[in-house]
Write a protein that binds this ligand. Structure first.
Ligand code: HXC
Length: 258
């Protein structure tokens, strides 16, 4: 792959968008590579958490590739949006937890990429924004939908209507990022978080994510019934038996299996 690098550290995978000359802007080729990487991750049962970040210390992803978009026909623009949405839905639909390590500009499609991750950790120099209206377009990789769901419609509308860039502190204040850390410790902090997730019972963690994601789109009664099902399902796993026995016997469990 030309524009994506992939690495596995124990049970955590790290995907890096790597077009630093263009501040990691997403062109069609990069989106297709990202899709292939996500498909591989989805099949790998030894990956318990995924970290997505950008190459270098300036940008996470500065948006969709403006050069490529500048000459698109209506048909091509629709195809481009469909491609990005398909890839981002795959990221959102991964059962393993995903963390965006936002190491700089996260604008337009870059902000949208961070939005389809479960958790966003930003470095102090990170900047977020949906500047599409300044280019005569709308967000096209899910920004109008996910930003509103994460920070509320009123704040999302303000950011999308103005195209204003916000710094990491403001992003934390409005609930767009979970935590802001110094740039030099970003990856250590994110890996600590990913490892603290990956050390828990992997099937239980996956089921929690699916339950939260499904629950958002259904009424509370349906969501709670689903939770009762996954809760019961855990009692068919070795992990539940081992972990509860270990607690009662006052010993630590080595490693989860399921
Ligand atoms: C293509 C980009 C790019 C982008 C930066 N570059 N962002 N190329 N697409 N989104 C390129 C620049 O052209 C430049 O290339 C190089 O990266 C370095 O960028 P500079 O502008 O020189 O850096 P700087 O002055 O530090 O400014 C950083 C910046 C600015 C504030 C992030 O680059 C910027 O405003 N970028 C565009 C951000 C944006 O509008 N994103 C939203 C795009 S629309 P050269 O060759 O000149 O060195 C979008 C829609 C998503 O994302 C939905 C699609 C369906």
């Amino acid at each position: 792959m030309e524009n994506i690098s992939f690495e596995k550290r124990d049970n955590v995978a790290i995907l890096k968008i790597s077009r630093p000359k263009f501040l990691n802007a997403l062109n069609s080729e990069t989106l297709r590579e990202l899709e292939m990487a996500i498909d591989d991750i989805q099949k790998d049962k030894d990956i318990y958490a995924l970290v997505i970040t950008g190459e270098g210390n300036k940008a996470f992803v500065a948006g969709a590739d403006i050069k490529e978009m500048s000459n698109m026909s209506v048909f091509e623009a629709r195809e481009f949006s469909i491609l990005g949405n398909r890839v981002f839905r795959k990221i959102e639909g991964l059962e393993i937890p995903t963390i965006a390590a936002v190491n700089g500009y996260a604008l337009g499609g870059g902000c949208e990429l961070s939005l389809c991750c479960d958790i966003r950790i930003a470095s102090e120099n990170a900047k977020f924004g949906q500047p599409e209206v300044t280019l005569g377009i709308t967000p096209g990789f899910g920004g109008t939908q996910r930003l509103a769901r994460i920070i509320g419609t009123s704040r999302a509308k303000e950011l999308i209507f103005t195209g204003r860039m916000i710094d990491a502190k403001e992003a934390e204040k409005i609930g767009l990022v979970n935590k802001v850390v110094p740039q030099e410790s970003l990856m250590d902090e994110v890996m600590d978080l990913a490892n603290s997730i990956a050390k828990n019972a992997p099937l239980a963690v996956r089921m929690c994510k699916v339950a939260i994601n499904r629950g958002i789109d259904v009424d509370i009664e349906t969501g709670i019934q689903y939770e009762a099902e996954i809760f019961a399902h855990c009692f068919s796993t070795e992990d539940q038996k081992d972990a509860m026995a270990a607690f009662l016997e006052k010993r630590k469990i080595d490693k989860f299996k399921n």
